[in-house]
Design a protein around this ligand. Structure first.
Ligand SMILES: Nc1ncnc2c1ncn2[C@@H]1O[C@H](COP(=O)(O)OP(=O)(O)OP(=O)(O)O)[C@@H](O)[C@H]1O
Length: 574
């Protein structure tokens, strides 16, 4: 699509200094920011070697921006526009210079799945203190610590700050409404020597639970006196539909129209996912007439995304199976995979038993976002047992409970003749876990089925195959797996999102699709609790979900307990 440059946009392209761009979903903030980067490069405003840095939160957004950029920007300028996530950018600096701030000679990434195990049960200041301790004593850097450490590093080493500012004289910060206090400090530090362009939409603020706050815009205005631009009321994503109007009405809680073009709100019956699958198949039949098409199925919770993904892959009740992709947090599968990798490694029974117990503890603590009291108690017990085994050998395993289960598992795995084909051996070990009479191991096997949610499957396989070729055993399988997962954390998926993709609403931020189906389950609701803040955040989430669509959005809610935030009369009238 050719870029339309109105007067306001042309003025923006000529503006020097810091800039603030506000505007609703799909108004064109990202697009104009990229055009601005090009204009500045063209006019030699970034010096002979300077690059424009585009920072976003989600890898998904980075992929879309990169895709869009390749289609619309002059090729010669592309190498001088760097598109990255806040985390990816911070990590490139911290991994080489972070050691300047801690007692270790080098730093390592604390993967989110492992961080959960280290931080389970800690909140607020206690959590922050523990993260700091892990960094200072062990050189482990949790994601949450990235912005604080980068700010400190650039303050401690002014020469480094100047060098980075020379490399990136223009920094575009996307999704500014969702920055938390630490991220804002980091942006402010970067802005001391570089020009900033902040892009934001107050109505798309969906990360309050991570510290986003409405005052962020005022803080930026006060500190950097940016030239403001506002594209309020513009909609370049879904022109000709009433999707944007509907999405704004969701936030206001007042539905001004009886019908909205491009929007369907519908109740579904029963408890199965069949009605959702039927709608997906209908949408696919409509969309696939075009060569490249995209449909997003957006749900309120990770667990529901996985259920939908599994359901879609089955041919049930006469409905055909359909290929679907999924974007979810993969902490559970990652911890399960870690245990499988452990069982692939050559190791003595005593070491293995203790390591299995530690792995089970990490799995209990890290498989869900917040560990329950039960999970904390179980994990503590496993760790005590692991200490006993390390002290007294296998006698430390008790005769009841998990002890005999571990012995049986180790015996079964020991009888396996590994083949050297990583996938075959992986499956064989997963089958051993599944066949265990202990629920704990069955749960690991179940979670490991979602290993394909980790995008580095092929890389993990080839690293394991290489280990086998070199050593005749899967030596260091866990470390190889962890390294591949670290790579995965920072890989920007440049794969365009085609076909059907299931994800949470939060993951959909910054993306766009031909059509969107938003779906809530009986228990995984748009509105989780009743309270003014919960209601506000549910409205903002629905706003983000609806505005991802270019042509049509369908919002589904269960008939016996419909979401009261939705205009249900509209659906009956249709
Ligand atoms: N000036 C323009 N002329 C033509 N098309 C445009 C223009 N600006 C944006 N678009 C198109 O509109 C769509 C939305 O644009 P963009 O992603 O830049 O909006 P946004 O404000 O960043 O959205 P969001 O806040 O929802 O992420 C894209 O498909 C883009 O190609």
């Amino acid at each position: 699509m050719a870029l339309i440059l109105c007067d306001q946009r042309q003025r923006l392209l000529r503006t020097d200094g810091n800039i603030l761009v506000r505007g609703g979903a799909g108004s064109g903030k990202t697009t104009i920011a990229l055009a601005k980067a090009c204009a500045d490069l063209d006019a030699q405003r970034l010096g002979p070697l300077g690059k424009a840095l585009f920072l976003s939160f989600a890898r998904a957004t980075v992929a879309r921006v990169a895709e869009q950029a390749t289609a619309t920007l002059p090729r010669a300028l592309m190498p001088r526009i760097e598109i990255n996530t806040y985390h990816g950018f911070a990590w490139t600096i911290l991994k080489s210079h972070g050691y300047l701030l801690c007692a270790k000679r080098g730093v390592a990434l604390l993967l989110p799945a492992k961080a959960r195990a280290h931080l389970a049960g800690l909140v607020g200041a206690a959590r922050a203190a523990r993260q700091r301790q892990l960094f200072e004593n062990d050189g482990l850097v949790a994601f949450d610590l990235f912005p604080t450490l980068l700010t400190e590093l650039l303050q401690t080493a002014p020469a480094l700050a100047l060098a980075y500012a020379r490399a990136y004289p223009l920094i575009i910060v996307d999704e500014f409404q969702d920055t938390n206090a630490e991220e804002w400090q980091m942006v402010a530090q970067l802005g001391r020597h570089s020009r900033l362009i902040a892009l934001g939409d107050p109505k798309q603020r969906i990360y309050d639970f991570k510290g986003a706050h409405p005052r962020r815009f005022d803080e930026y205005i006060e500190a950097f006196d940016p030239t403001p631009f506002d594209f309020a009321g513009e909609n370049n994503r879904s022109p000709g539909t009433a999707i944007a109007q509907f999405a704004n009405d969701i936030i206001d809680g007042e539905y001004r129209a009886a019908n909205y073009d491009g929007v369907t709100v519908t109740c579904y019956r029963g408890r199965s996912l069949r009605p959702l699958k039927q709608e997906i198949l209908r949408a696919v039949a409509r969309l696939r007439r075009n060569a490249e098409w995209s449909l997003a199925v957006l749900v309120p919770a990770n667990t529901l995304a996985i259920n939908v993904f599994d359901y879609m892959a089955q041919a049930v009740h006469g409905l055909p199976a359909y290929p679907v992709d999924i974007l979810v947090a993969a902490e559970g599968p990652m911890l399960a995979a870690d245990l499988i990798a452990l069982l692939m490694e050559p190791r003595s029974h005593q070491h293995l038993a203790a390591a299995i117990l530690d792995g089970l503890a990490a799995f209990e603590l890290g498989r869900s976002e917040e560990a329950s009291g039960g999970a904390l108690r179980k994990a503590a017990r496993y760790r005590d047992l692991a200490t006993a085994v390390r002290g007294r050998g296998l006698d430390g395993l008790e005769a009841r409970g998990i002890g005999p289960g571990i012995r049986n598992l180790m015996d079964t795995v020991a009888t396996l003749a590994l083949s050297g084909d990583p996938m075959t051996d992986w499956r064989a070990i997963r089958a051993c876990l599944n066949a265990s009479d202990r629920k704990e191991f069955q749960a690991v096997a179940k979670e490991a089925r979602h290993m394909r949610l980790l995008r580095r499957g092929a890389q993990i396989e080839s690293r394991l195959a290489e280990a086998w070729r070199t050593h005749g055993a899967y030596r260091n399988a866990r470390a190889l797996l962890a390294a591949a997962v670290v790579d995965d954390q920072f890989a920007a998926t440049t794969r365009p999102q085609h076909g059907v993709t299931v994800m949470t609403i939060h993951k959909a931020k910054g993306k766009e699709f031909d059509e969107v189906i938003a779906f809530e389950g009986q228990f995984q609701r748009y509105l989780q609790r009743t309270g003014a803040d919960d209601e506000r955040s549910a409205r903002f989430n629905l706003h983000v979900a609806a505005t991802r669509a270019r042509r049509a959005v369908m919002i589904m809610t269960p008939e016996d307990r419909p979401c009261h935030l939705l205009p249900l009369r509209t659906s009956h009238d249709q």
